[in-house]
Design a protein. Structure first.
Length: 503
């Protein structure tokens, strides 16, 4: 191998020292305000996790994948997330810097992998914000139906009209809030979380008295051929092994887990705010693990009650407000409207926190030179990355206005699972390369737990549709082109030390 090619290979594998990543957070022009405590972080996690997955995808997965065993799908997804969460917690307490998996990968796996995971996180948060905004507009339409403020079908959603105007306007409004400051965002989040958790609890407490045991039998419906599922629409694992596309059964439960994984990306967003926490070494692990535990209990309870109230065979998989619909069909229209209003309010903060996560990842990448450095500019008064916040907000508003939640949700899942796999591997590498680093939280059962985490996440990825994988590969290919055309040349790690000091 020539010296030039060896240098090129090494440039792709260059890692950013953790000490350098932490020192970047102290630069005045890039410094973010530390406003978040453990309660803020936990509420952020609950705020972003309890949203589209609970209020929208529960009905979709019950009707199309798992039947009453949708609760098992949630448990499987939660176990995969819990394994990854323990790995995230170690990283977040060791490297308390904005950027989540991107920053962690830069310190362990090298610049190319870091860029790809950062590009992957852009897909995850950016597309998720658009997807959840689309789900929110469905609940808003249900809440306003029959009132003078009823939303015209032409602009209510993309299924029946030309665009989803409410979703786009919501994202633009939240973008303005995020520019003003993260503490304001946190206060709004706390109020909205109280509302939507209250709505979920009310649904469970009332709905449990409306459950019919016959609706829960069989708990795992017998496997049957999936109508219209072939070629690009079948799960990748079925395409690889030549299996007949099927729904329900235990294969359906696993496929449902891959879809509802969308509902568990909250703790990932918590990790992106590490730089804005008062005591990240202690508060980040508590916020990540605490929010995941709270949300899992709520998901299981709500999914059991929903499928007990209404047979999964009668749930419309395209219904964007299945909890409200179940209450209406059970003879409680007023309560159904209340749930729709509460869910609409609660889902708002999911979109806000996803946008927050996206801006922090892009901010970290711009600060490293992998994206245009102007994106890392911080507002003098609010101390927020306002440039990238505005750019992301406008782009997400356009995406939300003209796309559907189903396509976007699966695309988010494949990106999230890929990020989890790299974080799990990164824990093993950092333990080996930097055993001297102080770790306020240590992932237990290393190396077994990170390896199991990576394998479980990969299995869930295989249960996503072939077309989802194709979209993911295309997205990552675009990312590679951008890296070699721009990011590799502008990376601060690739610049002479004198140039870096002058920035």
């Amino acid at each position: 191998m020539s010296e030039r090619s060896e240098r090129g290979r090494m440039s792709l594998l260059r890692t950013k020292p953790i000490e350098a990543a932490i020192s970047d957070t102290l630069e005045p022009e890039h410094r973010l305000k530390k406003n978040l405590g453990v309660l803020d972080l936990t509420v952020f996690g609950v705020g972003v996790t309890i949203g589209g997955g609970l209020f929208v995808l529960t009905g979709t997965v019950a009707a199309s994948y798992s039947g009453p065993a949708v609760s098992v799908s949630f448990v499987l997804a939660a176990v995969a997330c819990a394994l990854a969460a323990l790995c995230y917690a170690e990283f977040a307490s060791t490297v308390p810097v904005a950027g989540s998996a991107y920053t962690f990968s830069y310190a362990t796996l090298g610049e190319l992998i870091a860029w790809m995971i950062g590009w992957d996180l852009i897909l995850e948060f950016f597309v998720a914000a658009a997807a959840v905004a689309g789900g929110w507009s469905g609940y808003l339409a249900t809440a306003l139906q029959g009132t003078p403020l009823q939303i015209p079908k032409a602009v209510a959603n993309t299924a029946e009209g030309v665009m989803n105007l409410p979703a786009g306007l919501l994202i633009l409004a939240l973008t303005g809030i995020l520019v003003v400051g993260i503490k304001l965002s946190s206060r709004i989040n706390q109020v909205a979380v109280a509302i939507k958790v209250g709505v979920a609890v009310v649904f469970v407490l009332v709905g449990v008295f409306l459950v019919k045991a016959s609706n829960l039998v069989p708990f795992v419906p017998a496997s049957q051929p999936r109508v219209g599922a072939s070629g690009l629409t079948q799960p990748l694992i079925q395409a690889i092994f030549g299996l007949q596309p099927a729904t329900f059964g235990w294969a359906g439960v696993a496929g449902g887990a891959a879809v509802v994984f969308f509902a568990f990306i909250g703790f990932d967003v918590v990790a992106t705010t590490a730089e804005e926490a008062h005591r990240p070494q202690h508060d980040m692990p508590r916020g990540i693990i605490g929010s995941l535990a709270i949300c899992t209990v709520l998901y299981v309870a709500v999914s059991l009650v929903l499928t007990g109230m209404e047979s999964f065979r009668r749930i419309n998989p395209a219904d964007s407000a299945p909890l409200a619909t179940a209450m209406v069909q059970a003879g409680h229209p007023a309560l159904g409207r209340l749930i729709a209003v509460g869910a609409a309010v609660g889902i708002i903060v999911v979109v806000m926190i996803l946008l927050l996560g996206q801006t922090r990842v892009a901010f970290a990448m711009a600060r490293d030179g992998l994206l245009p450095e102007g994106f890392s500019r911080v507002h003098r008064r609010f101390r927020t990355p306002y440039v990238i916040t505005i750019v992301v907000g406008v782009a997400a508003a356009i995406l939300a206005s003209f796309t559907s939640i189903t396509v976007l949700a699966e695309l988010v899942n494949v990106g999230t699972l890929a990020a989890f796999i790299l974080v799990s591997i990164g824990v093993l590498i950092l333990r080996r390369t930097r055993p001297d680093l102080p770790r306020a939280f240590r992932t237990p059962f290393v190396p077994v737990l990170p390896i199991v985490s990576a394998l479980v996440c990969f299995y869930l990825m295989l249960n996503l549709a072939v077309e989802t994988w194709i979209r993911f590969v295309v997205w990552m290919a675009i990312g590679l082109c951008i890296y070699f055309a721009y990011s590799r040349k502008h990376s601060h790690l690739g610049q002479p030390s004198e140039a870096v000091q002058k920035r």
